[in-house]
Design a protein around this ligand. Structure first.
Ligand SMILES: [Zn+2]
Length: 339
């Protein structure tokens, strides 16, 4: 089991409305960059078709209590679904999750199955260390330790890891340390993997795993329904933010996690995105959108969508900031699990 993770809250954050507001109202020292250029430059690229890259964090697998065989089955399901929808996803690895006695080879095999399925792997650092409150030296060490096996597996396929995803999406406590770390990433040939859309999948996933393991079938069914509805609400919100910020839909990047819930729900999630007019693109293609050239600023503790970060740097007020919280019953159940 991934004991390192047992007592950690998962990848993202629970963002209360007040925290969101505080984030947005924080004074910014950097010069706000006008977004009108981005609008004008990208007018030709703006089409009715919506585009989205799929990124999946916490590989090989995020779980508290599942066994290796369950993780293998779930990984297979995730990859089969991605392939069925012709998605070339980017999977972000925490290599410390490989280090389980007696299971190291099998866990490396899980990563290999992502590459064999035509997916790309990136670095999510060793230990899922957050930038907030961490020294730069310690944080950089976690990055360097984070790609040993990934690099080896990719080299066999004449690839190299190219993207770094910040755990908890924390990009630094101030502009200076953020810049120092970005320079470090550049020296190591890493590009930052931002995201625009999330929907608290890690919260639903924790509750879902518990419901499944306790054989609470009705709860699991209710959760699956709520989860899908929440995706719609979240996408509505981030589309509104993109419209208000740029007058168009940017090439979006979805951030989800390798979990049992997503193994069971990804097909419906991708179908929903297709119904909404989305075409799946690679992370590399998404990053060609000029929006991603805009400054995003240091996150401090709260790792919000890049749409909120761009708005803050441009001193632009939006009508919404980030996705709605999961349903009350999910939040309550999750809180009990954290005790
Ligand atoms: Zn993560």
């Amino acid at each position: 089991m991934n004991s390192v993770y047992k007592n950690l809250s998962s990848c993202g954050r629970h963002l209360l409305a007040s925290a969101a507001l505080a984030f947005v109202m924080l004074p910014v020292s950097a010069q706000a960059q006008a977004t009108s250029e981005v609008k004008a430059d990208s007018k030709s690229a703006a089409t009715a078709v919506r585009r989205i890259a799929i990124t999946i964090d916490d590989l090989p697998f995020e779980t508290r209590r599942l066994k290796l065989a369950d993780e293998q089955r779930a990984t297979k399901a995730i990859l089969a679904t991605l392939q069925a929808h012709k998605v070339k996803a980017l999977g972000f690895v925490n290599e410390d999750r490989l280090l389980v006695k007696g299971e190291v080879d099998a866990r490396i095999g899980l990563l290999e199955s992502w590459l064999d399925a035509g997916m790309e792997l990136g670095n999510h650092n060793f230990g899922h260390l957050g930038f907030h409150g961490s020294s730069l030296a310690k944080y950089q060490e976690a990055v360097l330790r984070g790609d040993t096996f990934t690099r080896w597996l990719m080299q066999e396929r004449k690839q190299v890891p190219r993207y770094y995803r910040y755990p908890h999406n924390q990009t630094g406590d101030n502009a200076e340390v953020q810049k120092q770390f970005e320079d470090f990433l550049q020296q190591h040939n890493y590009k930052i993997a931002p995201f625009t859309i999330e929907h608290d999948d890690f919260t639903y996933a924790r509750v879902y795993e518990d419901a499944v393991l306790k054989n609470r079938k009705e709860d699991a069914e209710r959760l699956r329904k709520d989860y899908l509805a929440n995706l719609d609400r979240a996408v509505n919100t981030f589309e509104t933010m993109s419209d208000e910020m740029f007058g168009r839909q940017v090439s979006h990047i979805l951030n989800i996690h390798a979990s049992l819930l997503n193994a069971d729900m990804l097909d419906k999630m991708l179908s929903k995105l297709e119904q909404r007019g989305y075409q799946f693109i690679t992370l590399e293609e998404a990053l060609q959108d000029p929006a991603y050239q805009l400054p995003a600023g240091p996150s401090r503790q709260y790792g919000m969508s890049w749409l909120a970060r761009w708005a803050r740097m441009a001193k632009k007020r939006l009508s919404v900031y980030g996705q709605p919280d999961p349903e009350e019953w999910i939040m309550k159940w999750d809180k009990e699990l954290q005790r």
